[in-house]
Design a protein around this ligand. Sequence first.
Ligand code: ADP
Ligand code: MG
Length: 698
Amino acid sequence: MNLTTLFGSRVFGDAAMQKYLPLPIYESLKNTNRLGKPLDPKIADTVAQGMKEWALSLGATHYSHWFLPLSNMSAGKHDSFIDLCSDGTVVTSFSSSALVQGEPDASSFPSGGLRATFEARGYTAWDPTSPAFVKDRTLYIPTAFYSYTGEALDTKTPLLRSMQALNPQALRILHRLGIDDAQFVSATVGAEQEYFLIDRKLADERLDLKLCGRTLIGAKPPKGQQLDDYYCGRIRLRIAAFMHDLDEQLWSYGVSSKTKHNEAAPAQHELAPIFETVNIACDHNLLTMEVLRETAKRHGITCLLHEKPFAGINGSGKHNNYSISTDTGINFLSPGKNPEKNHLFLLSVCAIIDSVDNYADLLRLSAITPGNEHRLGGGEAPPDIISMFLGEKLTQMLHDVAQGISGASMDKGVLNTGVAILPHLAKDDSDRNRTSPFAFTGNKFEFRMLGSSQSIGLCNTVLNTAVADAFSRFADRLERCPDEKLEEEIVGIVFDTLKEHGRIIYNGNNYSQDWRDEAARRGLPILTNSPDTIDTLCLEKNVELFEKYKIFTAKECQARKEIMHEYFCKVLLIEADTLLHMIKRQVFPAGLSYLQEVSRDLAPLSSLGLKSGQTHAESLAVLVDKVFERCALLENVLTDVHAAIAMNGQSAVSVPYKVRDSLVPAMASLREACDALEVIMPSSRWPMPTYTDLLLDD
Ligand code: ADP
Ligand code: MG
């Protein structure tokens, strides 16, 4: 199949809809997709028939409502298309109600107390704006998931609600600026995805990789990424074959995989798609993560999406490239030739500055995973302090506009390479700043804090809602002022934004201690760990924002806070248990038996006058003992945490601070002893593959 035919061949997209739906039905569905119009319920039956015929033609036997509960994994049950006739034969059937609504048991998914076990009813609702697709002989229908009482239990519902909040406010701005032909505005997103690929046989030999997706112990290999010889380096043949297969799968599902390359760490890679409407980008990123894992498996590889699979080596993130666009293709963040006169651009940049400063804590919150905790602030990814990089030129230009100075220019320069035969290159408006969590990159902002395993749902929900709020306040001002004062009012908005929110702009090195000190002086939130960050969700100003735009009720905020605390605790408890298993059943016995062997051989060595044997045995003994002692300490802490959970009616919600303050340090201290032991043990006696085995397999 050639590339253009392959692309989207397993998606109920434009071509399939045209072929399988009558023209008026196709057009009505298109309007829902393109203009965010409500779905006409009368067309659902015909759409269901068309979708079924199309799915059957691709060999599908089942359909599934595909949704993303708050456990971060996609879910869905599978129903076959068969229906029994009275004579015992079967026909295929797929009714409109089966397309539009599903009823999974909501009590088996995280609900933060919104659903008790005995209140099981939950619903899935078809999201007609995200195309259905056929995978593994199942028709997947993207859906939103909510409870019997209407609370959202997933990441899609709030994202769709936030799109609904942004659209009218953005349209108000456009209309006030005289840009009247747009009917629908939404955020556009391109999510770059980093991941590790490890030989599957080796990965399977380690309990931590199997159960936690990251190594809990492991000494640093002598060669990691010191030579900077991996980033964009030659792609190994085995990996190239995997990537080729991956791309073909993704293309067939309509995921526009565009760029692939090796990343900074050994065995680390990246994939970037072409940007698209935010809720589709979100579903596509989830699908990408699933296909990454499955394709890797077929190639005898394990794909790790954890944020920090290996200590001491760069972890994996996800970059959320964000802009806002009309259905007619106007990008709000495109500076154009005269950005200082481009009112839409100025207002949009100001709206984003306003949003990021007002809701820095929520953005930080949206980047929370237990794994990302190991990555942020480590000098390999943005720090845990939110700030924005605009670049010197744009920053200066905004200040000039605010002061009424004309002539501020963002003209692109030309790069002279000094070599006559090379073409002169057009320079970008600003250099890159890889250390910034939120950087302007020409015609979009790139939020770089997200962890590789995360859904991009929450961060875009926060961005859409905060920008909707800023646009709404700006639109109030612009609508109040007469036409002849419009320009002056826009200058006023730029002025006020810089005055009130200029503190969030920082163009320097975000990794430096100077910045931490400066950020503290500026009063920016410095949220260094998950439990503290999670608590900010229920701050009054945050709940107010979400309630105002009908994204979350106060009850939903509280529930999500509980779910996040609980998730953080549960993951760490699993990690601690896994670590203890590995130490007690593998590391300690291996260390002890080797120590016994060395000790047995000591006497003849000493009689030869050799001291090295004795010294070696002593070092070993110290470390084996240390491992033993620290293992006992961790067990005590774990018992303590479990007791606290039991006291609280088996809920882990109550213990995040205990986990942070005692469990995490106890695990780190045990790891330290274990890693020290690893490097003085013979490799043949170490009971699992080492970092060198895992990472440098060529
Ligand atoms: P990088 O700047 O990180 O090196 P690119 O410039 O190729 O990489 O873009 C990164 C991502 O940004 C891609 O997924 C791309 O499609 C996306 N992107 C480009 N323009 C926009 C836009 N207007 N809105 C959202 N995402 C965009
Ligand atoms: Mg990037």
